[in-house]
Ligand binder design. Structure first.
Ligand SMILES: NC(=O)c1ccc[n+]([C@@H]2O[C@H](COP(=O)([O-])OP(=O)(O)OC[C@H]3O[C@@H](n4cnc5c(N)ncnc54)[C@H](OP(=O)(O)O)[C@@H]3O)[C@@H](O)[C@H]2O)c1
Length: 287
């Protein structure tokens, strides 16, 4: 077992600060990857309907449960893909959310999931508030423990804060040392919303070869990935790194037992470019 800290969300639930993401992992590869993650000690798994691997992910989870892992020791997140040509407004939009949720739950093969997220706000369609109300319904019915959002900006969050009943427990957004999201994180903190980082390792590209980070990693006798994940943890951010490589899966969990100091944090702050790897959520409208 790892000694990964947990964060208490605004609804009282606890989420491990380090989880395991499975984007771009084909369904049949998700089973061995999630199996390896659970064996390594991860207790939080992040999937989504659009990843098309809820079946394979669920299989590994159910296997672990059958093997004695307690459901309450496991945290499972999936996300609503409220895109396509469907109309997400009004009653029919809300019914569609409930159907999408049922489909995800069935694929995962679980009685409940811990966290359900709206994957993208698609603000140009103006239906995210309606979609959020359906998530509130799911929570009220006890079918999901917590509800949150992903890729929401301050404008969308403000609308939920003003007009919805339930405050999202977290907002899952692109976040890594190149794109540290300082302003959005501060907004989250002011409103009791936790920050969860997607692509926390910058998708394993240039970031992991960044000279300043290589130097910091050498200083601590760690890898760059471990330094970056440590940075997330010390910032109070929840991180969900993805890997299908068993040695990296273990490496990414081994991020306690050292501390980045003020000098390290200053070095990491210096490399921020403010550039995203992924799309701008205010414009993203993939069908
Ligand atoms: N809400 C959203 O819109 C959204 C968007 C993107 C991602 N996400 C979530 O966030 C999760 C993580 O993001 P991500 O998958 O985009 O990127 P990431 O976790 O930042 O990076 C994953 C990449 O880094 C490599 N890697 C992992 N650990 C490594 C290590 N220790 N050393 C060297 N390379 C390493 C992986 O390679 P191998 O797999 O080959 O080992 C993979 O190519 C996703 O899986 C998904 O759950 C959510």
């Amino acid at each position: 077992m790892s000694n990964i800290p947990s964060i208490t969300l605004n609804d009282g639930a606890q989420i491990p600060q380090l989880g395991f993401g499975v984007w771009q992992v084909p369904d049949n590869e998700a089973t061995p990857a999630v199996r390896a993650a659970l064996q390594a000690g991860y207790r939080s798994i992040d999937t989504a309907a659009i990843y098309e691997n809820e079946d394979g992910t669920g299989l590994a989870i159910r296997e672990a449960l059958a093997g004695g892992l307690a459901r309450e020791d496991l945290y499972v997140t999936t996300k609503l893909w409220n895109s396509g040509t469907r109309d997400w407004s009004g009653e029919q939009g809300r019914d569609a959310v409930l159907r999408e949720f049922d489909a995800s739950l069935a694929k995962l093969g679980l009685e409940y999931i811990n966290l359900y997220l709206i994957h993208w706000p698609r603000p140009m369609h103006g239906s995210y508030l309606n979609v959020w109300k359906a998530l509130e319904q799911l929570k009220a019915d006890g079918r999901v423990r917590s509800i949150g959002v992903s890729n929401f900006g301050q404008e969308q969050l403000t609308r939920l804060l003003d007009e919805a009943e339930v405050v999202p427990v977290l907002n899952q957004v692109e976040l890594h040392p190149y794109f540290p999201q300082k302003e959005l994180r501060a907004f989250h903190t002011r409103h009791g919303i936790a920050t969860e980082a997607w692509s926390p390792l910058g998708q394993g590209r240039e970031l992991l070869a960044e000279p300043a980070l290589v130097k910091t990693a050498e200083k601590h006798g760690r890898t760059v990935a471990q330094v970056v994940l440590r940075w997330h943890l010390q910032n109070g951010v929840i991180a969900i790194p993805k890997s299908v490589t068993p040695s990296r899966i273990r490496e990414n969990l081994n991020v306690t037992g050292f501390e980045l100091d003020a000098e390290d944090l200053a070095v990491i702050a210096e490399i921020a470019t403010g550039k995203r790897i992924g799309p701008d959520p205010q414009e993203f409208d993939w069908n």
